[in-house]
Design a protein around this ligand. Structure first.
Ligand SMILES: [Zn+2]
Ligand SMILES: [Zn+2]
Length: 265
């Protein structure tokens, strides 16, 4: 499996000096092999995903906050391809998914009717999505602690697995944390919502995000080979991320960077 972060920011894109090393686009993660392409969330980074016509494309949503959705109409391939993109979510069924996307991408909030129009989306229930994917990868979902809910995912190809926990407030609901732990134990890679530091979290409890320090503790409990912290605060400059790497992060915990590919094999 190859992993590439196309967007690593939470909340809003930040295309500015001092943010270019880690990247300014909002959440979008691509997991692919020679057989398939799976995209998790369509924040502004979705614009830069190359839709690969020679293999099936799957798009899964964790939830529908703007920073996980706003890039959906801006990938130019959508306007030229006949290649169907299978779209699902562990958070809602087919009708809920259609409604969420239609609400965001019809007038007056958006100039075109992206979902009802003649575009390449094949929107489905999560169970149908799982069945469509099964020849390429397995995907399971678990609930996360986030205002309005969010769906975490465990994706596996053979005995290799990636766990994505966006967006999640660790430490607020023990039962939901236990699902995340269960999915992550001894996985190859965990993708973690590290929007805040512990000191920033004091005034932001209930906002639905975890901390960088919690990621470090989680990685020693669950023992994944690698943990990538993403959903960086739009205030967090490159220099601060580099300093935090030096001061805090053990070798197997890293801050995700945009457009950096790595292989799990
Ligand atoms: Zn978010
Ligand atoms: Zn969110």
């Amino acid at each position: 499996m190859e992993i590439e972060f196309h967007g690593v920011r939470g909340s809003i894109p930040i295309p500015a000096e001092n943010f270019l090393e880690y990247g300014g686009n909002t959440t979008c993660i691509e997991i692919s092999s020679k057989d398939f392409q799976l995209i998790i969330d369509a924040g502004s980074g979705f614009k830069n995903v190359r839709i690969r016509e020679g293999r099936p494309t799957f798009l899964i949503f964790s939830h529908f906050h703007h920073d996980h959705l706003q890039g959906l109409p801006f990938n130019e391939a959508l306007f030229s391809t006949k290649h169907q993109i299978h779209v699902g979510s562990g958070l809602v069924g087919k009708e809920g998914l259609k409604e969420a996307l239609s609400t965001a991408f019809t007038p007056p909030l958006f100039p075109l009717d992206l979902i009802g129009g003649n575009f390449a989306f094949n929107i489905m229930n999560f169970e149908t999505f799982q069945a469509a994917a099964i020849d390429f990868f397995s995907i399971a979902t678990f609930p996360l602690s986030h205002p309005g809910g969010a769906a975490g995912y465990k994706i596996a190809v053979g005995n290799r697995s990636v766990v994505c926990g966006l967006d999640h407030e660790y430490g607020l609901d023990k039962e939901l944390d236990a699902h995340f732990h269960g999915a992550s134990d001894n996985s190859d890679l965990v993708i973690w919502d590290g929007m805040f530091t512990n000191s920033e979290l004091k005034n932001k409890q209930g906002w639905g995000h975890s901390t960088i320090e919690q990621a470090i503790a989680f990685s020693s409990t669950c023992n994944p080979n690698l943990l990538f912290i993403t959903h960086h605060s739009p205030q967090r400059k490159d220099q601060e991320l580099n300093q935090l790497t030096q001061d805090l992060l053990p070798g197997r915990v890293k801050f995700a960077k945009e457009n950096k590919k790595f292989e799990i094999s």
